[in-house]
Design a protein around this ligand. Structure first.
Ligand code: ADP
Ligand code: MG
Length: 698
């Protein structure tokens, strides 16, 4: 290695040691910080008591009307005691994605003012807390308001607690137009939750369950990321500007040996110290990141929290993504949240684990628990039948909810499930449902299998009778479904909006028919017979299986752009309107925003590639006297013409469709030319960081 390279490595080692080292030992103290920065539970209770109330008032959304000044005073005292004197309403603009802190919106205001004697006094009242108004006119709105009607209104979301970070109080809020149209990710989700609560309560109540506490869905979001050396990141305009590598010859080593997966979180890399600090920050915010491990690709890692209600989990996941980016920088690392930062090694997902439960804790997706709590052996199969029917009818919307530019490269590759929306129930559950469908006496006996390893030292032990299926987009895993096809950078509000809306509609339909006098079991059996085709327990990566599912009419939409266009399909507009989740105009606006987001992403990528070719690759070839210079020069006008065509297209849908071709055809061809150049240019003349430098921390 050259002297400069050695110096660089030495500097990196030093920066590792000085910038937040690795914790060798843990103490319980770090956990005692849990939730200290969250205005809920004991923390809120303590401060509300000082103002003559108690933490209980926060459980009823009407505190916004009846106790807003009390809550504001308590929040103010808590803020000052904890070194904060700034507040913001914190919201989630439409189509925001976690590449380069684009996830959330906020304008930060000081909670203080000066009186006529220049004394500092509190400037934070109930009415300041419960709503905000912002210009916000630059956010995409899909035509929901004119440029001159710029007002965006922020209303406190009582379902997710206020939190404190640094000198600022964050108030989770919904973001809507002057006419109440949803301009954000959160509002439709809250409406979908209301629909689910209503329709699920109707159906489950008829099946014998006590639903007086209400019904909600719980989610747990597994977050995959890459952590790469930051100085190499700065040598990649594509990573910096678009979150993924647009070119790059494979390193001689990738994930062939599977030696990264769950490999040691070695203290020799900066990754462990970084992950520890991320966990510590998250604990203070009441985010229980329970699991940390290496993932399949080199430099790929994962965190998983304990599950909870969807609005809180999503708010927390946005903070997790932000904290990951910020803490990584402190450790000399760059975090990549994008779904497919590198070619030919695995991309990143965000498994959306999803279950339905009463607020007081009966998990309806757990057959034993639900049947016992309702005193009805058919309760579970009836609800499962409704969910199966919902998936089969609205698989297009599930596909739509995971359509993001980054996920284009993941879905269908042998690392994430294909773009065919089937569900895996597992053998025992399938048998149970089949027996129920055929009117036979049915019981779910997942049984346990005993493994005997044939040695004295390890005693025989039990495993579940069912294996896992990681090739299904939506497998049932005993007590929960796991939406595995979700992308790592996504705000998963739309994902959960769709899941809750389609489930609510089916629950409502079943309840209507039962109310009209039909027998509940017959309703469920009919639905199962009609929708049985969507259950598939085999290997979803196998092409013959994919063909079979496609032929049988299971939803398959290979193109993310086409999937987004399903938002305005008649059946889906009718569904969203009936469930009170989105109006027809809101569906159209959201579709335009998602298409524009897609086209905008590709435009940035194409222009970045032009710069990389002109400023790095061609000069490197010329300097070295090697490489396909003429071919490279010919790539540039092709990219520019592609961008010009996107600009010239009339509608957002057309723009996105052209962008998709530019990206998945033209840019992939051009990549080959660039990678051929990288193969022959001597290392000292190559000015971009290589896959080897990006993918191996040590
Ligand atoms: P696995 O490898 O089985 O997916 P992980 O521990 O990586 O397990 O992640 C499981 C995730 O699912 C966690 O976030 C966990 O909190 C969540 N989860 C577990 N049970 C439920 C449930 N009933 N409802 C929603 N999420 C759940
Ligand atoms: Mg999982």
């Amino acid at each position: 290695a050259s002297a400069a390279a050695v110096r660089k490595i030495a500097q990196r080692e030093m920066s590792r040691n000085t910038l937040g080292g690795v914790r060798a030992m843990a103490s319980l103290e770090q956990y005692s910080e849990f939730g200290k920065s969250l205005f809920t539970g004991a923390v809120a209770d303590e401060y509300l008591k000082k103002h003559g109330a108690s933490g209980d008032i926060l459980n009823d959304p009407s505190w916004v009307k009846n106790h807003s000044d009390t809550v504001a005073n308590a929040v103010f005292d808590w803020a000052i005691d904890n070194g904060a004197n700034v507040y913001c309403h914190w919201f989630q603009p439409m189509a925001s994605s976690g590449v380069r802190h684009g996830q959330s919106g906020q304008v930060q205001n000081i909670m203080l003012k000066f009186d006529s004697n220049n004394e500092i006094v509190q400037d934070f009242k109930g009415k300041t807390l419960i709503k905000g108004e912002t210009d916000g006119s630059s956010y995409p709105n899909g035509g929901l308001r004119g440029t001159h009607e710029a007002g965006g209104y922020l209303a406190v979301d009582t379902s997710s607690p206020i939190f404190l970070r640094g000198d600022t109080i964050f108030i989770p809020s919904a973001f809507v137009s002057y006419y109440g149209a949803a301009l954000d990710e959160k509002t439709p989700l809250l409406r979908a939750n209301a629909a689910l609560d209503k329709e699920a309560s109707r159906l489950f109540g008829k099946l014998g369950l006590d639903v007086s506490s209400g019904v909600q869905t719980n989610i747990g979001l597994e977050q995959e990321i890459f952590l790469i050396p930051r100085e190499e990141y700065y040598k990649r305009p594509d990573l910096q500007l678009t979150g993924r590598t647009l070119i790059g010859k494979n390193a001689p080593r990738g994930q062939e040996m599977c030696d990264h997966y769950m490999g040691p979180l070695s203290s020799a890399t900066a990754a462990l110290g970084c992950m520890q600090e991320i966990q510590d920050e998250c604990y203070r915010l009441g985010i229980p990141l329970k699991t940390r491990h290496r993932e399949v690709a080199p430099n790929q890692f994962e965190f998983a929290p304990l599950f909870g209600t969807n609005t809180t989990q999503i708010d927390q996941n946005l903070m997790v993504m932000q904290i990951i980016e910020e803490v990584a920088a402190k450790h000399g690392l760059a975090a990549l949240l994008q779904e497919k930062p590198f070619n030919d090694v695995n991309g990143s997902g965000k498994h959306n684990n999803w279950s339905i439960a009463t607020r007081d804790g009966v998990n309806v997706l757990d057959p034993e628990e639900f049947n016992a709590a309702s005193g009805n052996d058919s309760a579970f199969p009836i609800v499962m039948a409704a969910i199966v029917a919902a998936i089969d009818e609205h698989g297009d919307l599930m596909r739509c909810a995971i359509a993001s530019p980054g996920n284009d490269f993941r879905l269908g590759a042998c690392e994430a499930p294909p773009a065919i929306v089937s569900t895996y129930l597992g053998d025992d559950m399938t048998k149970y449902m089949e027996a129920f469908m055929n009117g036979k006496s049915a019981s779910y006996n997942p049984g346990k299998k005993t493994l005997d390893l044939g040695c004295r030292e390890i005693l025989p032990f039990e495993v579940p009778a069912e294996d896992r299926n990681r090739t299904s987009p939506f497998p049932y895993g005993g007590a929960r479904f796991e939406f595995r096809a979700v992308g790592s950078a996504q705000n998963v509000s739309l994902v959960n909006t769709v899941l809750n809306t389609i489930a609510a509609e089916k629950f409502g339909e079943f309840a209507d028919r039962i109310e009209a006098g039909e027998d509940a079991e017959t309703v469920a059996r009919d639905a199962l017979k009609k929708h049985w085709k969507v259950i598939f327990n085999g290997d979803n990566y196998d092409e013959a299986n994919q063909q079979m599912l496609t032929d049988s009419g299971v939803w398959r939409i290979d193109s993310g752009v086409e999937a987004i266009a399903r938002l305005t399909a008649d059946k889906n507009v009718a569904l969203f309107e009936k469930m009170g989740v989105l109006t027809k105009d809101e569906c159209a606006a959201r579709q335009d925003v998602l298409h524009d987001h897609y086209a905008g992403t590709v435009e940035m990528e194409a222009l970045t590639l032009v710069d990389m070719i002109n400023q790095h690759i061609i000069p490197a070839c010329k300097k070295s006297g090697v490489g396909p210079v003429a071919d490279l020069e010919a790539c540039v006008p092709k990219l520019k013409a592609g961008v010009a065509a996107i600009h010239a297209a009339e509608t957002s849908n057309e723009k996105a469709s052209l962008a998709r071709v530019l990206r998945l055809e033209t840019m992939i061809d051009i990549r080959e030319t660039c990678d051929a150049a990288e193969e022959v240019v001597p290392a000292e003349n190559w000015t971009l960081a290589t896959y080897k430098e990006l993918l191996f921390l040590d």
